[in-house]
Design a protein around this ligand. Structure first.
Ligand code: NI
Length: 176
């Protein structure tokens, strides 16, 4: 399929809510998922949501090996997952702040608080149910990607704008 252009912060589509997928195993959905994979891998991302390539459908993909080039300090692998029509249930009030990046906000990082312990449900591309209880980095990535489906980008969740900037400039601050 194809590597698609990733929309960047400021593009109005990124602020729109996405619609549920009602039919699985269609050519449209399968092609969209392939494009999401191709684009995520080309950009060395660890997650991408359909609205980032301009499609307002509730589909996210994510996954990372223990050490990704874009996230060299990553300590935790996340299985490569296609998640359709995701629903997140927060299992604890506990939140933790950590640095995030986004393919739609290239070159930048910001400190974002996320819930530490969640359950997520959704469907795989064949329409089989997915349900996982996760913590930490995995929970963070899912919350970040699902935010895209509600038109939210991580800079909207930064508490302290002094902890937002270009990755290279933040190098000293980003002890993570
Ligand atoms: Ni993102």
């Amino acid at each position: 399929m194809a590597v698609r252009k990733v929309l960047r912060m400021g593009h109005p589509i990124l602020l729109e809510p996405s619609a549920n997928v009602n039919e699985f195993n269609t050519t449209d959905v399968d092609n969209l998922i392939q494009d999401l994979f191709d684009t995520m891998h080309a950009e060395e991302g660890i997650g991408i949501a359909a609205p980032q390539i301009g499609v307002l459908k509730r589909i996210v993909i994510f996954g990372v090996e223990a050490q990704n080039r874009r996230y060299p300090n990553n300590r935790e692998a996340i299985p490569l997952t296609v998640l359709i029509n995701p629903v997140i249930e927060v299992l604890s009030d506990e939140m933790e702040a950590d640095w995030e990046g986004c393919l739609s906000v290239p070159g930048m990082r910001g400190m974002v608080k996320r819930y530490q312990h969640i359950r997520y449900r959704g469907y795989d591309p064949k329409g089989n149910a997915i349900e996982r209880e996760v913590t930490g980095f995995h929970a963070r990535v899912v919350q970040h990607e699902c935010d895209h489906l509600n038109g939210i980008l991580y800079p909207q969740r930064i508490d302290n704008m002094l902890q937002f900037g270009f990755k290279e400039e933040l190098a000293g601050a980003m002890v993570c």
